[in-house]
Ligand binder design. Structure first.
Ligand SMILES: Cc1ncc(COP(=O)(O)O)c(C=O)c1O
Length: 484
C-alpha cells in the first residue's frame, strides 16, 4: 500500500540519471526536454544535468585570442540548468535523499540557507514538488536574486550584511533544524552537495576535457561558496592525480589565504569560513583576486558585445553556427561571443580570471587543459552593472573598457597564489573549519574524521545506495513513470 506521501510524491532523477540522463526511460527523457519550454513543469526535475539533448556536457573552450594563454580554458556552463544555475543540483539532491530516506512529510516547509542561487534552486525545487519554501540569505545581494525566489513562490528571511556574512545565515537557520515542520537543505554542511558535484560536475569536467587538447585536466579552478562545486576535484584527481586544484577567493575577504573577513562583491563565493563540506585535502592553491575586477570584467564582456570584444582581442569573428544546444569549442563565431555574454555571471568571470592566471602560473602548454565553471548567467546582474556605472561616475567608454580588460585578463602576480599543499596549511584550514562548525553542533570527533580522504570516499560511495532508495520510492509511488 502506497503511503499518503508516496501518492503525492513528485518524482525526480537518481544521481546516475543526473550524471547521464540517457539512463532515464526514453519517454521521460523526451518529455523532460519538451518541458524546457515551461520551467514550472515538474518534468524539468529530469533536466537537472550538465548534459544537453545530445547527451554531451555543456561547455565552451574560450578562444585563445580572448584568454591570452597557451593552454585551453574550458568553461562548463551552467546557465541551462533549470532555474538558471547548477546550484539547483545540490538543492534537489539534498531534498531527494531526505525524501528517499523517509524524512519528509507534505506539511513541511523547505528551508534554503543561501547567498542566492542555492536559494533560487530551493524555491524552485519546492515549487515543483508542491512545498512551501523559505530562503534565508543576506540582505545585500542582487535584486534579481530576490525577484526570482519570489517568482518561484519562496518566502525570504533576510539577515544583515552581504556575501561574506553567511555565518549570520547559519545562525538564523539553527532553530529550524530542531523544528519538525521544517526541512533544512543545509548546503554548507550536508553531503549531498558533495556527492552531486563530485559525481556529476566531476564527470562533466572529465568528459569535456577528454575532447580537448591532450584530453587530460592539468588544473581545475573553482571559487568556493559552499565548496560543493570544488568537490569535482576529487573525481578529477581520482583519474588524474597530478591535476592542480585552485580555489579562488576575493582579496577583500581572503579567508582561506589568511583568515581575512572583509565584505566583497563576488556574489556566491567567499563566505568567510571553511565550509563543513569543503574537502580541503583536494585544494592545492588559493588564489586571491580583486572583487571589483570580476564586476568590471563582466561589464566588459556584456557591454562590448561580440564585435567589440572580438575587435579588442584581435579575433576575426567567423560565421560558423554550432547546432543548437551543442558545445562551443574554441569557436570565434559571433554566436559564441554572444553566448559568453549571456551565460557568464560575476563568479564566472572570477573563475575565468583564475583559470587564466593558473595557466600562466603553472606555465601550461598548448595541449594542456584548465577546466573551470560558469555557475550562473548575466540575468542575475543587470542591477549590479547599473550600480557599477553609478560608482564609476563617468561614462564607461571603449577606451576605459579596453584598459579594464588589459588589467583584469592580462595582469597577474605569482604572489597572489598561496600554496596550501603542505601539512601546516592543511592544519590551519582544519582549525578554521573547527572554529566555525563546533559552534553549530558538530563534534570534534566528526571534524577529525574529515581530515582523512577515506571520509570523503566513503561519503561518495553512498551514491549507489541513494540511487536505489530514490528509485524504490519512485516505484512505490503512483506517480512513476510520469509519462509512458
Ligand atoms: C554565482 C555563484 N558562483 C559560485 C558559487 C560557488 O559554488 P559552490 O557553492 O558550489 O562552491 C555560487 C554558490 O552559491 C554561486 O551562486
Amino acid at each position: 500500500m502506497a503511503t499518503d506521501y508516496e501518492l503525492k510524491y513528485t518524482p525526480g532523477p537518481t544521481y546516475d540519471e543526473m550524471e547521464d540522463p540517457s539512463r532515464l526511460p526514453q519517454a521521460v527523457r523526451q518529455a523532460a526536454l519538451e518541458a524546457r519550454k515551461n520551467e514550472l513543469d515538474p518534468l524539468n526535475l529530469f533536466n537537472i544535468t550538465w548534459r544537453n539533448a545530445a547527451n554531451k556536457p555543456r561547455y565552451v573552450v574560450l578562444p585563445k585570442e580572448l584568454t591570452g594563454t597557451r593552454a585551453n580554458i574550458i568553461v562548463l556552463t551552467a546557465c541551462s540548468f533549470p532555474s538558471g544555475s547548477h546550484k539547483v543540483g545540490p538543492a534537489y539532491a539534498t531534498m531527494a535523499e531526505a525524501e528517499a530516506l523517509g524524512k519528509v512529510t507534505h506539511d513541511m516547509t523547505i528551508i534554503g540557507p543561501s547567498t542566492g542561487n542555492f536559494g533560487i534552486g530551493t524555491a524552485y525545487i519546492a515549487r515543483l514538488k508542491g512545498f512551501r519554501s523559505i530562503v534565508v540569505m543576506p540582505e545585500g545581494m542582487s535584486a534579481e536574486r530576490y525577484e526570482r525566489i519570489r517568482k518561484y513562490g519562496g518566502d525570504l528571511i533576510l539577515t544583515p550584511g552581504s556575501e561574506s556574512d553567511v555565518i549570520l545565515v547559519l545562525e538564523r537557520v539553527v532553530e529550524f533544524k530542531h523544528d519538525p515542520t521544517k526541512l533544512v537543505l543545509g548546503q554548507f554542511e550536508l553531503l549531498p552537495n558533495y556527492r552531486f558535484h563530485r559525481y556529476t560536475t566531476g564527470r562533466a569536467a572529465l568528459e569535456a576535457a577528454a575532447a580537448v587538447g591532450n584530453g587530460k585536466v592539468a588544473a581545475f579552478v573553482s571559487a568556493p561558496g559552499s565548496a560543493g562545486t570544488i568537490a569535482a576535484a576529487d573525481e578529477i584527481k581520482s583519474r588524474f592525480p597530478d591535476t592542480t586544484v585552485v580555489a579562488v577567493e576575493p582579496k577583500e575577504c581572503s579567508t582561506l589565504t589568511n583568515g581575512g573577513m572583509g565584505t566583497h562583491r563576488i556574489e556566491g563565493i567567499g563566505d568567510k569560513m571553511v565550509t563543513l563540506i569543503h574537502n580541503v585535502l583536494n585544494t592545492d592553491y588559493v588564489l586571491a583576486v580583486h572583487d571589483d575586477d570580476t564586476v568590471k570584467g563582466l561589464y566588459v564582456f556584456h557591454e562590448l558585445g561580440a564585435e567589440g570584444l572580438g575587435e579588442l582581442v584581435g579575433a576575426k569573428l567567423g560565421s560558423e553556427r554550432p547546432e543548437e544546444d551543442l558545445c562551443y569549442a574554441c569557436n570565434c563565431s559571433k554566436e559564441a561571443f554572444d553566448f559568453y555574454r549571456k551565460c557568464f555571471g560575476i563568479s564566472s568571470i572570477c573563475n575565468i580570471m583564475g583559470a587564466i592566471r593558473t595557466a600562466h602560473f603553472l606555465d601550461l602548454g598548448e595541449d594542456d587543459n584548465v577546466v573551470t565553471i560558469a555557475t550562473d548567467g548575466f540575468d542575475r546582474y543587470p542591477s549590479v552593472m547599473r550600480d557599477l556605472e553609478q560608482r564609476v561616475g563617468r561614462p564607461i567608454d571603449r577606451s576605459l573598457m579596453a584598459h579594464w580588460f588589459e588589467q583584469i585578463f592580462r595582469n597577474w602576480e605569482p604572489t597572489d597564489f598561496l600554496d596550501v599543499r603542505g601539512r601546516e596549511q592543511k592544519e590551519r584550514l582544519f582549525r578554521m573549519k573547527e572554529q566555525t562548525w563546533l559552534r553549530f553542533e558538530y563534534t570534534k570527533e566528526y571534524l577529525d574524521k574529515m581530515k582523512s580522504q577515506a571520509f570523503w570516499d566513503e561519503e561518495y560511495s553512498l551514491i549507489p545506495k541513494m540511487n536505489e532508495a530514490i528509485a524504490e520510492l519512485r516505484e512505490r509511488s503512483r506517480t512513476w513513470p510520469p509519462v509512458h
